[in-house]
Design a protein around this ligand. Structure first.
Ligand SMILES: Cc1ncc(COP(=O)(O)O)c(C=O)c1O
Length: 386
């Protein structure tokens, strides 16, 4: 049987990983500033994480949500504490798309409405509603298209107010990334998030903060929306939550009430997933990784801003993006195959940095040296036309 060929891949096979480094089958070492797409939060194969999952696997790996799973309550308590939202309620699932799907569904159960406001350049996942509110027609199948998804311009408070003025009583939820990831590291302004919060409250709509990529400490705060001083009604999270173990969740404000059967999943919140998620939060707390993301991230961003060829260096914490001029469009590929450094991208010309939150200053320095060396060698090979 062949694999269904949907991923354009790099010709690299990783066989070992530790901290912010991975190794291929020839033993070559790579610095990982991509974190397997913002997933590696506490560093690859962290010993506490490996130990907690291994111990759990030797006890019980899985049983369904039809019995008590005390690890779920333990996780809810820890997450409430670390996120600063002890009064919220936790529903566990398996992926970012599923988290968003459940959030939008729950909002609609809550207020009985159908319209969901999303924004230009948004990415919320690939399942039916999640992809319907994703601003990329190429990945929306005809069956996913729905008039219930309404797209407004990102960071445009006036457009949002105008829509609410005319259709406020139809809006079920507003879904927004605090910092757009796939869209190219675009920060939602504080004024925009505050307007969403205010308008949702006024119109009994549900404010969904998609924190799948920008959440879990990556921005230097637990949720990037925290910079705006707002509380969303639902936060969705996934990537960094399990450091690679597939676990996701939504946390839900107290005024949204549960009812038996309204949400559900077979695998969500299983013993192994909870052990992985708990290990991640324990390490985040013990090693003060959110503060580290803020500190190393702002150092890295300041230094990147000094490199004149890199345009619009932006982001928060360890979620950083910058644009490349046309003459350096192969920089990401060259960093990978020339300097052995993984980075992420956003089309058409943005490099995204999404490393582990445990990235050290010396790892950042290694990158800064390598990127300057690579830019220099690309410019010497093909001098810019005056
Ligand atoms: C902001 C955001 N939301 C949702 C998703 C979907 O997550 P998953 O791929 O786990 O379904 C992603 C994935 O990149 C994302 O970046």
């Amino acid at each position: 049987m062949k694999l269904f060929d949907v991923y354009p891949i790099n010709d690299i096979t990783i066989v070992k990983a530790k901290g912010s480094y991975v190794w291929d089958q020839e033993g070559q070492q790579y610095l990982d500033l991509y974190g397997g797409h913002a997933v590696i939060s506490i560093g690859h194969t962290h010993p506490h994480y490996v130990q907690r999952i291994t111990e759990q696997l030797n006890k019980v790996g899985f049983y369904s949500n039809s019995i008590h799973i005390p690890l779920q309550q333990e996780l809810a308590e820890k997450l409430g504490k670390v996120s600063g939202r002890p009064d919220y309620q936790l529903f566990l699932c398996n992926s970012g798309a599923e988290a968003n799907e459940n959030a939008m569904k729950l909002a609609s159960f809550h207020n009985g409405r159908k319209k969901i406001i999303a924004f230009s350049k948004s990415f919320h996942g690939r399942t039916s509603l999640a992809v319907a509110v994703t601003d990329n027609p190429a990945i929306v199948a005809p069956v996913n298209q729905t008039e219930n998804a309404v797209f407004l311009p990102f960071n445009d408070v006036d457009a949002l107010e105008t829509y609410f003025k005319t259709h406020g009583d139809e809006v079920s939820s507003v879904i927004v990334e605090g910092i757009q990831g796939v869209g190219g590291i675009n920060e939602a302004s504080a004024a925009f998030l505050q307007a969403i919060s205010r308008l949702c409250k006024q119109h009994d709509a549900v404010f969904i903060a998609d924190s799948v990529q920008c959440g879990y400490g990556r921005s230097g705060k637990f949720f990037s929306q925290d910079y705006a001083g707002v509380d969303a009604d639902i936060y969705t999270m996934a990537k960094g939550m399990g450091n690679g173990f597939p676990v996701a969740g939504i946390i839900i404000a107290p005024h949204l009430k549960p009812k038996y059967g309204m949400l559900g999943t077979t695998f969500g919140g299983n013993h192994l997933a909870c052990a992985a998620a708990l290990a991640v939060l324990e390490v985040i707390e013990q090693e003060k990784l959110i503060a580290n993301a803020a500190e190393v991230g702002s150092y890295l961003m300041d230094e990147l801003k000094k490199i004149p060829q890199l345009k619009k260096v932006r982001g928060k914490g360890l979620m950083i993006g910058f644009d490349l001029p046309d003459s350096l469009k192969d920089l990401r590929k060259n960093l990978l195959f020339g300097q052995r450094i993984f980075t992420g991208e956003a089309k058409p010309n943005t490099i995204r940095l999404l490393p582990s939150l445990a990235l050290r200053k010396k790892d950042a320095d290694e990158f800064l040296e390598a990127i300057q060396e690579e830019i220099h060698s690309m410019e010497t090979a093909a001098p810019a036309v005056k």
